[in-house]
Design a protein around this ligand. Structure first.
Ligand code: SF4
Length: 327
């Protein structure tokens, strides 16, 4: 594999996505859910960055904001050095080709009335990628081939396929636009364990073959370990730790990352792990705890944690964490 370039393909800067859910009589927001609350990260060309955390931490909102399904409250999103968060719909459509998404539920994300041929032809047609009808057919055939589905799949409907095969169709549809980046939003979470591994291997192969970058959004660290180059850990709308895969899995610095990893079964025979069970549930993003927003569940919390918000700071090469214990 060739070394990754240093210029980011995608750059997310201080991104916020807040929702007003209650208003006063005069229309002033009285309850604001801070789903994403000021996160920054880069993804290099050909790199896989995983965004991990519990359900409700804001990771899927990040993915949907990057592909333009949601409008950011503030912050900047750059693709190839140019901002894409402030474009007109027409200008954004041209950039949208470069970023595609694969959703968690392959059944509801595929139109049940369309044959696979038409599902795959749609982005090719929309982005004007085929020279003529023969080229369009050949592109559809190639896409089925790269996701390892038979050619006769083209004439069938989504309900005629298994969950894993439907997810392959979703991946082929994303590839049809010839993107630079694919956002995989819990893309394998709904699949059986063996099928999950096959789809992860397929994504890895496609990434290497086409030089794709992946934003792999997942709550499952065991799967992330198989596919990622770097990991960003999210808690309650903020990134609490970022590190390359090796250092993060071998020596996690943030107590939340340590707790998440303690729940991942280890394949190393004889290696003992002690499970950290987090107390309570994820607090509401409408009413986050003061100071370090993890302090209500952190087994290592001390006085300062409920008063002062820790800053994400460098802890080593390409590694950052936000915890007063690391100061
Ligand atoms: Fe735990 Fe305090 Fe560190 Fe937050 S700052 S993770 S509460 S030790």
């Amino acid at each position: 594999m060739s070394p990754l370039p240093s210029q980011p393909l995608l750059s997310v800067k201080n991104l916020k996505k807040h929702y007003a859910t209650k208003f006063s009589l005069f229309g002033r927001a009285t309850r604001v859910v801070k789903a994403v609350d000021g996160i920054s990260f880069d993804i290099l060309k050909g790199e896989t960055l995983s965004l991990v955390g519990e359900s409700g931490c804001g990771k899927s909102t990040v993915g949907k904001t990057i592909i333009g399904l949601l409008q950011p409250t503030s912050g900047e999103i750059e693709l190839g050095g140019a901002r894409i968060d402030n474009l007109s719909p027409d200008a954004f459509r041209a950039q949208r080709k470069r970023i595609q998404i694969v959703f968690q539920d392959p059944f509801s994300s595929l139109d049940p009335r369309m044959r696979v041929r038409d599902i795959l032809a749609e982005p090719i047609h929309n982005f004007g990628l085929a020279r003529n009808a023969a080229d369009l057919k050949s592109r559809v055939d190639d896409l089925l081939d790269v996701v390892r589905l038979p050619k006769d799949a083209a004439s069938r409907f989504p309900h005629e396929f298994s969950g894993g095969q439907r997810q392959r169709i979703g991946i082929a549809r994303a590839l049809a636009a010839e993107p630079d980046l694919i956002v995989c939003d819990e893309a394998v979470s709904a699949l059986d364990v063996s099928v999950k591994a096959q789809v992860v291997n397929l994504l890895q192969d496609l990434k290497d073959r086409f030089g794709l970058a992946l934003l792999f959004i997942s709550h499952d660290l065991a799967i992330v370990d198989h596919i990622t180059d770097r990991v960003a850990v999210m808690y309650l709308g903020k990134i609490v730790e970022v590190a390359p895969r090796g250092p993060l899995f071998e020596n996690p610095l943030h107590p939340y990352t340590q707790a998440l990893l303690s729940a991942v079964p280890t394949p190393t025979p004889g290696r003992k792990t002690s499970r950290t069970v987090l107390r309570g549930d994820l607090p509401s993003p409408a009413n986050p705890p003061p100071g370090c927003n993890f302090h209500t569940r952190c087994p290592l919390a001390f006085d300062r944690c409920s008063r002062e918000t820790p800053v994400l700071r460098s802890t080593g090469p390409d590694q950052m964490a936000a915890c007063h214990l690391i100061d």
